[in-house]
Write a protein that binds this ligand. Structure first.
Ligand SMILES: Nc1ncnc2c1ncn2[C@@H]1O[C@H](COP(=O)(O)OP(=O)(O)O)[C@@H](O)[C@H]1O
Ligand SMILES: [Mg+2]
Length: 269
């Protein structure tokens, strides 16, 4: 081997940046209420790579829901640009699906019918719809509950149905707005583990909003730390912990402590 080749091969492998799927630039949102203006979001910019799991962490009122509503196309920004795979985002579309804190299931439809609902109008035959519904019922471990109504299943199960009914649409980006915040602590942990298992299987790009530091450190590849009045991204932090992450480990505690310190500085500043 020549010296030159030896030198090249001795170099450390370069980390491969994931290709940007979602790009947000200079995004601001001003609300006008009773002739006063309120800067809910100011100059938000970030990129999300294909298959990345990004948590948006910040105190109540810092604009997390507003940001997700803009990204999903439900409300327009006051300024700025969003592109998905290079194409501008203006309105809601099946390429960006949202899961909210409170499940938005149709109470009169069964678990299976709720999961299949979004496929209607997509020109799929009855057989394909049935096959896809079965696949997603199995992915969220709810085959045995297919004929139950939402009021007959637990909160965690409802959120699994909510996840299945958007994942079946194969979105490019999954937007999640504090989806586990209303669940009890144990179910919330189970759902976090469950989401990570699903993510490993399906590799979606996920933007997960939370105000819970432990949740963010459990889930995220990267954490965008927000500040309020106006809502801004103050830090973009990579979480270097290997998966599965051990909450009891000192590395996990260290990461949480670091984030608490950042959040305290933001609120105080
Ligand atoms: N439609 C609206 N009109 C006026 N103010 C709003 C509206 N929606 C949200 N806000 C304000 O914007 C700020 C951010 O709200 P929100 O995005 O819900 O924060 P978060 O989800 O981080 O708790 C809050 O102060 C809220 O009162
Ligand atoms: Mg919110």
């Amino acid at each position: 081997m020549s010296t030159r080749l030896k030198l090249i091969s001795a170099q450390p492998a370069q980390a491969v940046e994931p290709e940007a799927v979602l790009e947000v630039q200079g995004l601001s949102k001003i609300f006008r209420v009773n002739q006063t203006t309120f800067h809910a979001l100011e100059n938000i910019r970030f990129q999300a790579g294909t298959g990345e799991l990004i948590c948006v962490l910040g105190p109540s009122g810092c604009g997390k829901t507003t940001l997700l509503k803009i990204l999903s196309g439900f409300i327009p920004p006051s300024a700025g640009q969003i592109t998905l795979n290079g194409l501008p985002v203006f309105r809601p579309g099946p390429d960006r699906c949202v899961v909210f804190q409170e499940d938005a299931l149709f109470p009169w439809l069964t678990v299976a019918e709720n999961i299949a609902f979004g496929l209607k109008g997509r020109g799929l035959g009855t057989r394909s719809v049935r096959q896809e519904t079965e696949r997603f019922l199995s992915l969220v471990n709810l085959e045995a509950f297919r004929n139950y109504l939402p009021r007959e299943i637990s909160g965690g199960m409802k959120q699994r149905v909510a996840l299945a009914r958007v994942l079946i649409l194969n979105p490019k980006v999954l937007l999640m707005d504090e989806p586990f915040a209303a669940l009890d602590a144990q179910t919330r942990e189970e759902m976090q583990t469950f989401l990570l298992t699903l993510w490993k299987k399906l590799s979606h790009t996920i933007l997960f909003v939370t105000h819970d530091v432990t949740e963010a450190v459990t889930l995220a590849d990267r954490i965008l730390v927000m500040d309020k009045n106006p809502g801004r991204i103050r830090h973009d932090i990579a979480v270097p912990l290997k998966r599965p992450r051990m909450r009891e480990s000192s590395a996990f505690h260290h990461q949480c402590k670091h984030l608490y310190a950042l959040l305290r500085t933001e609120t105080a500043g």
